[in-house]
Design a protein around this ligand. Sequence first.
Ligand code: DC
Length: 226
Amino acid sequence: MRRPSTIAIDGPAASGKSTVGCLLAERLGYLYFDTGVMYRAVTWAALGRGIAIEDEAAVTALARQLKIEVMRPTVDDGRQYTVLADGQDVTWDLRRPEVDRSVSPVSAYPGVRAALTIQQRRIGRKGRVVMVGRDIGTVVLPNADLKIYLDATVEERVERRYREVVSRGEPADYERVRDSVRRRDQIDSSRPLAPLRAAPDAVVIDTTPLSVEQVLERVLALVDGR
Ligand code: DC
């Protein structure tokens, strides 16, 4: 059996998509592409340039012209990749709470999605890729060879996101993390365009009781047709 070449992984915030996606890509020798960073890069650039997040036209224009490059890590500081926005290394800035707060409204703008989806498809077409996001199996790569939807209870995801913030040595407030995850869930799954949803042909895995290794093992079994 031929191995799937394009693998789509979708799911809500902190469902384990990035961790599992990155490890899977490493195992297979595929490119790992986390599409969330593109929405985050537009959001970070808008905040930095004093563009109001509510200004849909200005944010959309920015998404069309911002040059976003995602490449293998250029610094050995625990990052999964390096992200450049118009040539500037913004990899860690993209994880800031102000980006978390504004990225869902930015990613609901149709013009922003159109601009970024084109770039994502271009990368997907080359194959040998694990692409992670919210709408990869439904919109970006509807013909992906394998579609996986990772889920977990909101309590478990808040817990994971909180531990992640703490592990980065940043000030973490549990209630704030919880509110931010809930708010993003709500916006990401209720937006009219490309809402967070499992594709009908996706394999859904509830990761709540599973370790990263266990999730990876299940995904590898799917890849190998076991
Ligand atoms: O996966 P993440 O938390 O880095 O994603 C950040 C935001 O970007 C998320 O709240 C929704 C949006 N997003 C999206 O709408 N479509 C994608 N394919 C990836 C992310």
